[in-house]
Design a protein around this ligand. Structure first.
Ligand code: ADP
Ligand code: ASP
Ligand code: MG
Length: 406
């Protein structure tokens, strides 16, 4: 029998009523003759609430204990969904990450899945049970609990689908992937089919609808990922190889924006590659994800270096810079927290030029200042003031045809 891995996100499980509706959707699949494995997130905003509970204790909780806390969110939902399925007359069993031995690396809150032990799960499927698995969590070799990073249940789902050679369905509160987050661009268009590479870029640039690593795994193991709404029958989006053929002429497939990063500028550091190595080497060692970098030489053989990092890593950057400043007091630094990163993504950029020019034109005509820019083969990202984010999104949305026809 074919295996289907379905994943339900937090908003789809926000209340017990919704959990019962999800149970009906799972049962429908089971009745169609599939073995069903369900991955769930924590109910509603539970993970956010757990994080603020921890904040009530300390600003820097011990990472191990943070994972001990965060994994409880998903444990609640697996138990409730499994109860709902059993109450509806279907045999179901729930498992935590540790019970299934979802083995991960040992970095708390940023763990990566190494392997999944499926014998227990397969045995349950063979007993005709529906299997409900806690997303977002795993265990280290030492049996320490870990989590995969915010939004990580998507990755749990794709990893299980890959391991079980099943298909993968992600159910959420939107009915597919849009050219831009519909909360930021009201008239964004739904995309029928999107290429893994484009979706990876969009996910890493702020399209929170999919966890970046889930798409990466889908790409690696060639698992098509179907993204659709939990509570409607509208056809969703398929993430796969190739692209939307009907949109072959489109240069830009989608865009994304986020306000999760900050811009750090170091002034007056010695102008040498060794300085850059020291700075970015130390940041890398601490697993700080540096995205954009720009460097400017000053007149006195010094340089200023600007880079963007996630807001959450500011305290790590602060420690690294302050240590350096103790040795060299001429070094200054500034942090700009009011930035937004905007990106356009499209495989079409490989074969067509002119996208950057058009972005600059659109920003200039609308008096939106660009603070930093980076490009890669299939994307252009630029930084603007946070106050300009939504205006930039609208200008790009209409300028590149990312909106629905009137
Ligand atoms: P879940 O709890 O189901 O994992 P998420 O909140 O993680 O749901 O993801 C769904 C949300 O992603 C949507 O409500 C939407 O606002 C947002 N989103 C961001 N970018 C996009 C996009 N390009 N297409 C669709 N939704 C997007
Ligand atoms: N519950 C986790 C989060 O809120 C994981 C997920 O939803 O995918 O980030
Ligand atoms: Mg999500």
């Amino acid at each position: 029998m074919e295996i289907v891995v379905q994943k339900y996100g937090g908003s789809s499980l926000a209340t017990t009523e919704k959990i019962k509706e999800v149970a009906d959707k799972v049962i429908k699949k089971k009745e169609e003759g599939y073995h069903v494995v369900v991955i769930v997130s924590a109910m509603g905003k539970t993970t956010d609430e757990l994080i603020s509970l921890a904040k009530g204790i300390t600003d820097h909780p011990v990472p191990r204990e943070m994972d001990m806390l965060l994994t409880t969110g998903e444990q609640m939902s697996i138990a409730l969904l499994s109860m709902a399925l059993n109450a509806k007359g279907y045999s179901a069993v729930s498992f935590t990450g540790s019970q299934l031995n979802i083995q991960t690396t040992a970095i708390h809150q940023k763990a990566r899945i190494k392997d999944i032990e499926t014998s227990k799960l397969i045995k349950a499927l063979e007993e005709n049970k529906i299997v409900v698995v806690a997303g977002f969590q795993g265990v280290t070799e030492e049996n320490e609990y870990t989590t995969l990073g915010r939004g990580g249940s998507d990755t749990s789902a794709v990893a299980l689908a890959a391991k079980l050679k099943g298909s993968c369905e992600i159910y959420t509160d939107v009915d597919g992937i849009y050219t831009m987050d519909p909360r930021k661009l009201k008239r964004a268009k739904k995309i029928e089919k999107i290429n893994y590479e484009e979706m990876m870029e969009m996910a890493s640039l702020g399209a929170g609808v999919m966890h970046y690593r889930a798409v990466e795994l889908g790409h690696k193991y060639k698992i098509p990922i179907y993204v659709a709404s939990t509570f409607s029958e509208e056809r969703g989006t398929i993430i796969t190889n190739g692209g939307d053929t009907s949109m072959e002429e489109t240069l830009i497939t989608g865009m994304a924006s986020n306000v999760d990063d900050i811009q750090v500028t170091l002034l007056n550091i010695p102008s040498s590659t060794a300085s850059l190595y020291r700075l970015f080497g130390e940041l890398a060692e601490e697993e700080v994800n540096v995205d954009m970098i720009s460097q400017m030489l000053t007149e006195d053989k010094k340089m200023n270096v600007s880079f963007t990092i996630p807001k959450t890593d500011l305290h790590i950057a602060e420690e690294i810079v302050e240590k350096w400043r103790e040795e060299d007091q001429t070094i200054q630094w500034e942090v700009n927290t009011d930035i937004a990163k905007i990106s356009v993504v499209g495989l079409g950029m490989r074969s067509h030029s002119g996208v950057a020019g058009k972005v600059f034109e659109l920003m200039a005509k609308n008096n939106i200042e660009i603070k930093m820019v980076t490009t890669s083969e299939i994307k252009i990202t630029w930084v603007v003031d946070q106050k300009d984010e939504l205006r930039a999104v609208e200008v790009i949305g209409s300028g590149f045809g990312l909106e629905m026809a009137e």
